[in-house]
Write a protein that binds this ligand. Structure first.
Ligand code: BYC
Ligand code: FE
Ligand code: FE
Length: 474
């Protein structure tokens, strides 16, 4: 079904034929716009931004590019096409037809999953709202705003489900999604990572690399859901998500490229010398990777989770790419789970696979995270340096699950609490590190120009040249 843009709310769900739902969403729309105006990138409302807008949900050619002022972006409701005769792909009801309505017994659980997903989207916009003032280039500024408007659309995606399938409770939750705010003392966002400030672009690249990638994995697992409207919504969100992770991977890659240039110019890998030259030394970058990776690992929930088990058994949430597995019921399977034994060592015990699904998903996520690291390390190796970037151990600095507050090093070694406290500043950014990174964050807004701490990208957006005016600031 094509997307109807002549309506107040662009959509491909035939909203005109559902007047009550349409009216309810049109009532929420100004609340969303007010939230965007107050909590989004407020100081850039007059800027013309070279944005892509979805015009269909086909895999190829779904987007159109053009100059848009962000408050005029056409946020809408786009579901991927229905799969004919789709059946439930996992869990105890495997093989039965998928649901077009919410079964009463799963109503509150499904609502909770949708609200949790929905909460992250506006949270990220709030976290990133001041970054425009310190952009390293217009190209990067445009990418930031592209991500921001799409995260706004992802909120619409979840709000549509809440309004369409959860009645009054759903409408109340939709209002609450605009009332909680990232980092707010009284009404914070639901998940931990989404309350961390993002005030520099190094953090933005790490966030889009690690945290948007959690989004990819969570969306993939919800795309498997037996609740078909949720599945279709998430499938289309995933096509938008790829660009967010691209910004993270290429952003970090460009920082490294510039650092290697400076190391070559100076003939040294001394961090102080590199910083004096206005670039990010590789050990500092490693600290940012450690911080955002460990925080994002918490987003998969506890290692052993009865929530995950029942969500899977009931068909609400599968594993990412469920079709890659043979066993889709998992009643007989078990998993060798590592946990701290309380005496400074690791204990491995067999647990039912159903209860280990958060950990299974975390492991596939980490494998995906490794791909970028390999690419970055190849660049470092080619430049003739022995330094290698690495992902921190999944047991490092965890705030959720079996490893919570365990003194584990990024290499995965359990140490004493004293040693951990002494060394943590070597592993995650210190106040001094953050102050240095902030000192680099000076706005560069001339077409084609780049800040000195980052290399230019290999190519522009949508075949435009690098010196294209991606944002016209007013
Ligand atoms: N922080 O059994 P447990 C994205 C709560 S990112 C705070 O361990 P479960 C995006 C949990 O809610 C993708 N609380 O875990 C990226 C539960 O509370 P209740 C977001 C946490 O339930 C960038 C309790 O602890 N999508 O899209 O198996 C930019 C025990 O739970 C945390 C989703 O997360 C935490 N880190 O799994 C923009 C998908 N972790 O319910 C967007 C929907 C756990 O007992 N959410 N808790 O009060 C879910 O599937 C699950 O809620 C979780 C947790 C995977 C998050
Ligand atoms: Fe999103
Ligand atoms: Fe995203």
């Amino acid at each position: 079904m094509s997307i109807n843009y002549s309506e107040k709310i662009p959509n491909n769900v035939n909203l005109t034929n559902e007047r009550t739902l349409q009216r309810a969403l049109e009532h929420w729309q100004p609340h969303f716009l007010q939230w965007w105006h107050e909590m989004g990138p407020t100081d850039f409302e007059k800027a013309d931004v070279y944005l892509r807008t979805a015009i269909s949900v086909d895999a190829d050619g779904w987007a159109q590019y053009g100059a848009v002022k962000m408050p005029d972006y056409r946020w809408g409701i786009f579901l991927a096409d229905a799969v004919a005769d789709r059946t439930i792909g996992f869990g105890d009801a495997m093989g039965e037809p998928v649901w077009q309505q919410v079964p009463g017994e799963y109503r509150s659980t499904l609502r909770r999953l949708i609200v949790t997903q929905g909460d992250t989207e506006p949270a990220s916009v709030e976290q990133q709202r001041l970054l425009g003032h310190s952009c390293p280039s217009l190209y990067d500024l445009r990418n930031l705003f592209q991500i921001n408007v799409e995260e706004g659309r992802h909120l619409w995606a979840m709000v549509y489900l809440l309004h369409a399938y959860f009645g009054r409770d759903g409408r109340e939750e939709a209002e609450e999604l605009l009332a909680r705010h990232s980092g707010d003392a009284d009404k914070p966002r639901i998940l931990s990572t989404f309350n961390e400030p993002i005030t520099d672009w190094l953090s933005l690249y790490c966030f889009t690399y690690f945290t948007d990638r959690d989004g990819k994995y969570q969306l993939k697992s919800l795309a498997e859901s037996a609740f078909d409207p949720l599945s279709r919504t998430c499938r289309f969100m995933l096509t938008e998500e790829a660009h967010h992770m691209f910004v993270g991977e290429t952003g970090i890659g460009r920082v490294i490229k510039r650092t290697l240039e400076v190391m070559k110019e100076l003939g040294t890998d001394d961090p102080a010398a590199i910083r004096a030259q206005g670039a990010v030394d590789l050990p500092l970058l490693q600290k940012y990777l450690n911080f955002w990776c460990s925080s994002s690992l918490d987003l998969f929930g506890s290692e052993i989770s009865s929530n995950a088990a029942s969500n899977f058994a009931n068909g609400l949430k599968g594993r990412p790419d469920e079709s890659q597995y043979e066993d889709h019921v998992l009643r007989e399977a078990s998993f060798a789970m590592e946990s701290p034994d309380g005496h400074g060592s690791v204990r491995t015990e067999q647990v039912p696979m159903l209860n280990a699904l958060n950990e299974v998903m975390r492991a596939s996520y980490l494998k995906d995270c490794e791909i970028g690291l390999r690419r970055w390390n190849r660049g470092i190796e080619r430049a003739g340096h022995a330094f290698r970037l690495a992902l921190p151990s999944p047991h490092f600095r965890r705030s959720i699950g079996a490893w919570v507050d365990q003194p584990v090093t990024p290499a995965g070694k359990i140490v004493s609490a004293e040693e951990y406290a002494k060394l943590i500043g070597d592993w995650i950014p210190t106040e001094a590190d953050k102050a240095f990174v902030r000192s680099l964050m000076q706005k560069v807004a001339e077409p084609g120009k780049m800040a000195a701490w980052i290399a230019p990208p290999d190519r522009g957006i949508n075949n435009q040249p690098l010196d294209y005016q991606y944002v016209k600031l007013q």
